[in-house]
Design a protein around this ligand. Sequence first.
Ligand SMILES: [Zn+2]
Length: 408
Amino acid sequence: MTPTIGADRLWQSIMDLAAIGPTAEGGSCRMALTPEDTEARALFLRWCEPLGLHLERDAIGNMFLRREGTDPNAAAVAFGSHLDTVPTGGRFDGIFGVMAGLEVIRALDAAGIRTRAPLELVNWTNEEGSRFRPAMMGSRVHAGELTLETALATTDDNGVSVAQALRDSGQAGGLTPSPRGWACWLEAHIEQGPVMEATNTDIGIVTGTMHARYFQLTITGEPSHVGPTTMDRRRDSLAATAEIILEVERIALASEPGGRASASWIENFPNARGNVPNVTRLHCDVRHDHAATAIAMEASLRAALDEIATRRRVKIDVDPYATFGPIAFDQTLGNVLRRQAESRQLTTRDMTAAAGHDSVLIAPLCPSAMLFVPSVGGITHNPAEYSTKAQVAAGAQVLLDAVLQLAG
Ligand SMILES: [Zn+2]
C-alpha cells in the first residue's frame, strides 16, 4: 500500500504559513530574514518537531531537517524549496515545495514507513533576492558559487547586512555551507506561467532552465538646479535611465518568443524636487531559452548603453553580478517523476523553467529534478497567485511516490 498525501493537511499548512506577513490583497510579504520570515521558519520547525526530524542549520541560515533511514551508509534523498517571498508575494511560490516536502514526511509517518535512505527536507535562505542580491543566495553559497563572506557582507536598501539580519533573526547555524553528499535532489514548485493550465497538464516535468544574466547599472551625470540649468547643459541620470528602461523592454520584445528582459529596481539621487538627478541605479536582467541569445541580448543592451551614455554625456557602469543557467536537469530523475505521475493517471509535459530556482544551483552537485503544478491564470509574485487544493495535492503525491522509489 503506497501512502497517500493528506490533501486537507497540506492545504491547511500552506494557508497557515500565508497568514504570516499577510498583505491587504490576500498574499504574503516575508522577505528573507525579516521578522515575518523568521516567524514562518519557527512555525515550520514546530511542525517538524513531532516528526522527530533533526535540524541542522548552516552559517547562511539554510535549514536541513533530516529523517534517518534504515541504512546508515545510504546517501540522503533531499527535497524542499524556500519560505521567503517577494514584497508582493503570493501563497505558493516556494512555500508549496517546502510544505509538499513536509507532507511527504507526515504521510510516511502516518503510514509507519521508514525508508532505507535518509531524507532531508530543506528550506533555502533568500531564494527571492528581493531584499539581498543575488537571488538563490542560500543555495548559491551551499554550492560554492558565492562565497559566504561575500554573501554575509551584502546589504539591503537600508544598509543592513546579511550577517546582521542572520544575527538579529537567530537564523545563523554552526555548519559551514557545503554540499551534503545527497543521492539526489527534488523540488516541487508552482509553474508561475500559463502553459500547464492552457494545455490541461497536471504535472510539469522541468527538463531545464533558461539562461539569465543580472546587472546593476550606475548612471552618473551631474547635479544641477532644475530652474536655471538649460536643457542643453543637463547631464540628467534619471532621464538617461528612462531611455534605458525602454531599451530593456525593446530588447525583450525583439527576442520573443523565449526572451525576457526587465528593469525591476531603481534608486535615484539626490531624489530631491529641486535637483536634476545625477546618480541613478537600476537593476535589470535578460534571459532566454538559448544561452547564446541571452548573451546577444546583453550585447544589444551594452551597445544601447554606450550610445545613450555618449549622447547624454553620462557615465554608465555595468556590474554583471550574477547569472544562472542554462541547466539541464537529470533525465533519469525526470523520468522517475514522469512515470510516477503517469501511474497516478496524471497528465505530464516537459517544460523549461523561466524563473530561477534553488535547483539550478544544486543540479551540478547531484542528480536533480523539478516538478511543476499549474498556476491558475499563470499569475505569480502577486497576491492572486493560486493553485487548487487538488493541484498541490497531486504534485505532493508525485513527490512522495518518487521519494519512496528513490529512497527505497
Ligand atoms: Zn520560488
